[in-house]
Design a binder for this molecule. Structure first.
Ligand SMILES: Cc1ncc(COP(=O)(O)O)c(C=O)c1O
Length: 297
């Protein structure tokens, strides 16, 4: 059984950032949905897990050694008694990451594949092989970006009791952004904060997930700090201060970059006075263990 808390709280956020008083900032605390399957993870996996097609009794998915997606899915499958196979990029058998240790403790099957094989994860021929190996399995793509994920993500907007002018969120695969865009009206804008180097590529990914073109969204590419999981000591300090001053826990891979981007944009008068800005806290705090590992290595 999963003890999910929905709707997630939406809190007024009043930082002491320059010009923050000129706008109204809110945080959708999806990080509080569940201690493990937090943030966009539950939103994306909800329908995949609650509507397993008849005869399907296993899930298979893909990710790296620190993947928040595999971590959340592995936990959910253990709780729901669904066998789960994680196809992991790289061989961590000699020293599993903390995230992989959790998956092993939750009785997930880990299949380590090299980068070359991992690169084939979306090709029809490779997926056919996986289907032959696991005939009763639902195959969930990397990052949980199956079409039902978009429906789950869109429910964030259904829970709001006001209409934000801008919605800001971190972008990795683009599925969370793609789930929000169709739910906005013409006066609302979604702004994705790219957490990795992916100019044009990320826009194309988001467009490929949308069923029709929309114009009320964009992705900001100035805040990835050099690439996925790359971060400055300043960002780490920023996350710590955010927690000390506001009790909001973030990590430097996704949500730290989101809040930092919001601060920079507000300080640069990017939004009109009086704008209502909603930050989506997409959870993923287990990813902070990567930072700790990197820093102790
Ligand atoms: C905590 C967290 N926030 C944001 C994202 C980005 O979401 P998406 O991959 O849907 O763009 C991810 C990755 O899935 C994540 O783990």
């Amino acid at each position: 059984m999963l003890d999910i808390t929905l709707p997630s709280p939406c809190e007024r956020f009043t930082p002491d950032w320059k010009y923050a008083d000129d706008v109204d900032i809110y945080v959708k605390r999806d990080d509080l949905i569940h201690p493990v399957i937090s943030g966009n993870k539950w939103r994306k996996l909800k329908y995949a897990l609650s509507e397993l097609p008849d005869g399907m009794s296993r899930t298979v998915s893909f990710g790296g050694g620190y993947s928040n997606h595999l971590h959340a899915l592995g936990y959910a499958c253990q709780q729901l008694a669904i066998p789960f196979t994680a196809i992991v990029r790289g061989d961590y058998s000699a020293s599993p990451t903390p995230m992989l240790m959790d998956l092993l403790a939750w009785n997930c099957e880990l299949v380590y594949v090299n980068k070359l094989e991992y690169r084939q994860r979306e090709t029809p021929a490779y997926l056919k092989q996986i289907r032959m190996r696991y005939p009763n399995a639902v195959i969930i793509p990397e990052g949980g970006k199956q079409p039902s994920a978009l429906k789950g993500v869109g429910e964030i907007i259904d829970e709001l009791t006001f209409q934000p002018d801008y919605i800001l969120l971190p972008v990795g695969s683009g599925a969370t952004l793609a789930g929000l865009i169709p739910k906005l009206n013409a006066a609302q804008h979604a702004i994705g904060i790219a957490v990795l180097k992916g100019e044009n590529y990320l826009e194309t990914e988001v467009e490929s997930l949308l069923t029709k073109p929309h114009t009320n969204w964009r992705i900001e590419h100035k805040f990835h700090q050099g690439g996925y999981a790359k971060h400055s000591p300043e960002l780490v300090q920023f996350c710590q201060a955010l927690f000390q001053n506001h009790g909001i826990a973030t990590e430097p891979v996704y949500t730290g970059k989101l809040f930092y981007a919001a601060k920079t944009l507000i300080e640069n008068c990017y939004f009109q006075k009086g704008a209502k800005i909603l930050l989506i806290h997409t959870g993923g705090l287990q990813g902070a263990r990567k930072i700790k590992t990197d820093e102790t290595n």
